[in-house]
Design a protein around this ligand. Structure first.
Ligand code: 2P0
Length: 328
């Protein structure tokens, strides 16, 4: 029997940070969010993933940042790869190698860039050339925020949508986002478990879900109107509404560290001193600050001085996810 090597596809997807947050699921099987979200894709944070389906390999072999995945992590990845196998009819296990250029699983949206790169790389390695919206829908099944990382600039995942849609190019409103890193340790509770726990136990969860669409609309309108103050205020509101629902869970879900609070206070102070900036936080202790490029240097210098801050990464709106297929 003649054997031929299957192509190796290498995809690069950029992480994204939501200005309007997704937290909670409307449909767990389909991984459909309970809230509409809108994010900025980040140029500085990305995942590179290469995928090759290999004959006579017994199970998927997945390496993340140099370490082989095992147990539940491998299972989640293999279940995702099963979808690609079902779609393509290719019944082979795959060798997957993925690297993040930033700390994994600590609230810097590594599952967003991770599943976006995997969906794009794995479909191409399996010989499928799907429309971008279908790759986004596949990525959503891995992690809902990953649906947004297929696209550059500003991207929305609307309520009941299967895939994300680009809302505005980065050049359309060239803001910057300062990622203030508070710890390099992985968080102890995944977003998936955290949002499930919030939905089940927080009396504020229904209020969060009810209020999210209006905040999303404000953010979308402000973005399209290039109204930074309106965008910033609504962005902070979205993050704090989401965190209020987490704090009210039982037991509480608290991702904040003292440095998180110090950064929030400093952002408010700097704004009062004439440097417009607004903060957002995800399922981790880091604080992300949006600003206009003219104020980036001064803000980054001030935020680096907040005790406990490890690093301030300056991000601009990033590009679409991209893929390269090596000829065999
Ligand atoms: C977001 N986050 O909109 C929100 C804000 C964290 C806080 O999307 O269960 O890893 O895999 O769909 O996408 C993190 O949740 O969750 C997230 P799953 P995901 O960016």
């Amino acid at each position: 029997m003649t054997r031929h090597r299957l192509p190796k596809a290498t995809a690069i997807a950029h992480s994204n940070i939501a200005l309007a947050k997704y937290w909670g699921k409307k449909d767990e099987t389909q991984n459909l969010p309970a809230t509409p979200s809108l994010s900025m894709t980040l140029d500085a944070l990305h995942t590179t993933t290469s995928v090759q389906f290999v004959e006579r390999l017994e199970e998927d072999e997945v390496t993340l940042n140099g370490s082989r995945l095992t147990g539940e992590d491998l299972e989640r990845l293999s279940l995702f790869m099963d979808r690609i196998r079902n779609l393509s009819g290719l019944a082979l296990a795959a060798r997957v190698e993925s690297n993040n250029n930033f700390p994994t699983a600590s609230g810097l949206a590594s599952s967003a860039s991770g599943f976006a790169a995997l969906a794009l790389g794995a479909t191409r390695a399996a010989g499928l050339e799907l429309p971008r919206s279908e790759v986004s829908a596949l990525a959503r099944l891995g992690s809902a925020s990953a649906a947004r990382s297929l696209f550059g600039g500003y991207v929305a995942l609307e309520l009941d949508a299967l895939s994300a849609i680009p809302v505005l190019s980065g050049d359309g409103f060239p803001l910057q986002l300062l990622v203030c890193v508070v710890t390099t340790l992985p968080k102890d509770k995944s977003s998936r478990l955290g949002m499930g726990h919030t939905a089940k136990t927080s009396p504020y969860y229904p209020a969060w879900v009810a209020s999210a669409p209006a905040v999303y609309t404000r953010i979308r309108e402000a973005l399209l109107a290039q109204d930074f103050e309106k965008l910033g205020r609504a962005t902070e509101h979205s993050a704090l509404l989401m965190h209020a629902s987490m704090f009210a869970a039982d037991p509480p879900l608290n991702y904040w560290l003292p440095t998180t609070l110090a950064l929030l206070a400093r952002v408010t102070e700097l704004r009062g001193a004439g440097l417009p900036a607004y903060a957002t936080m995800d399922a981790g202790p880091h604080v992300k600050v949006i600003c206009e490029p003219i104020n980036t240097r001064a803000l980054a210098a001030a935020l680096e001085l907040v005790p406990g801050v490890k690093q301030v990464m300056v991000c601009s709106p990033g590009p679409d996810a991209a893929v390269k297929v090596e000829p065999t």
